[in-house]
Design a protein around this ligand. Structure first.
Ligand SMILES: Cc1cc2nc3c(=O)[nH]c(=O)nc-3n(C[C@H](O)[C@H](O)[C@H](O)COP(=O)(O)O)c2cc1C
Length: 295
């Protein structure tokens, strides 16, 4: 009776292991090259090999040329030290297709004999979904922060939606990177379509303003109501001179005027030394004449 119960128990356990979504194998290190002595059905389905093809072989037949040497070393060391190890590696099925295997190897001792249990989970779909989610998140982030170069040295960012601290941090980093990479001198942040979660987040712009100033660029904020503009002036250190406009167009006009004035200034600066050079030239010619007359 007791034997029958044990038999039923073993059958039930086998059914459980076979029904599991995870591949499971047992290897025997007392045999040459630590071969597989047991596999569940999921392992067979996952790898497309038959039981006969895998029993008696070391599990490395699942590996391909792309396997990282450090992963092999990690498994080898853990097996030698009889330690548990977990890793994700690329393996190959019998039909040469690859899959991502989340593998766990664990030593077990039964009545003094050592065995290793390996559990394998095919996480290929999980990984590709994760990759897609990450790519989508990046796209969404890009959409949330559309930085455009509208003129030479001028960039605009039209912010829409709700601003929170995390988004603001991303905005700060992205703007600084963009300004540095594209050598932008004037940056306009338009907040017409923006709402705030915080009570008074306007001081946040001060951080961007300061960061850009260090990089030799200027920040302008557009799309703010006269009331918000007043709050801006109150909230911000008056010395910061953060310039605000009602629209992007007005800010662009101002920047164009500024650029023109700078060009004129440069021309004047250049013209003065030219005149000076002419006068000096005249003086030196007179000096040469005088020196010749003195002789
Ligand atoms: C129980 C067990 C399960 C294993 N399962 C896998 C596996 O699914 N995929 C794999 O690439 N290697 C697996 N290995 C590792 C290899 O069998 C082998 O130990 C590893 O490649 C390092 O040894 P080597 O340098 O002699 O190849 C498993 C090892 C053990 C002991």
């Amino acid at each position: 009776m007791k034997e029958l119960v044990q038999e039923i128990q073993v059958t039930l356990l086998e059914a459980m292991i076979d029904g599991s979504k995870v591949g499971a194998i047992v290897t025997d290190p007392s045999q040459e090259d630590n071969p597989i002595i047991y596999t569940n059905k999921t392992f067979i389905e996952m790898t497309v090999y038959t039981q006969e093809e895998v029993i008696g072989r070391n599990c490395r037949f699942l590996q391909g040329p792309a396997i990282a040497k450090k992963d092999i070393k990690k498994m080898k060391n853990a097996i030698a030290c009889e330690e548990k190890v977990m890793l994700i590696l690329q393996n190959y099925r019998k039909d040469s297709s690859s899959f991502w295997n989340r593998l766990a190897i664990e030593p077990v001792r039964i009545e003094g004999r050592l065995y290793f249990i390996g559990t394998q989970k095919d996480i290929t779909l999980e990984r590709s979904q994760q990759k897609t989610i990450m790519e989508n998140e990046y796209e969404i982030e890009k959409l949330m922060l559309p930085i455009l170069s509208v003129q030479e040295n001028v960039a605009t960012v039209a912010l829409v939606g709700t601003m929170n601290f995390q988004r603001f941090e991303t905005l700060k980093v992205k703007i600084c990177e963009y300004i540095q990479e594209h050598r932008i001198e004037h940056a306009i942040i338009d907040i017409t379509g923006l709402s705030w979660n915080e009570k008074s987040p306007l001081y946040w712009f001060r951080q961007i303003y300061d960061a850009l100033r260090v990089m030799g660029s200027k920040l302008y904020t557009t799309g703010i109501s006269p009331a918000a503009d007043q709050q801006f002036a109150n909230d911000l250190d008056r010395e910061s001179h953060l310039i605000t406009f009602s629209t992007i167009e007005k800010a662009l006009d101002f920047i164009t005027q500024k650029k023109l004035a700078k060009t004129n200034q440069l021309t004047e600066d250049w013209a003065v030394p030219k005149e000076k050079a002419q006068i000096l030239n005249n003086y030196s010619r007179q000096a040469v004449l005088l020196a010749a007359m003195e002789h």
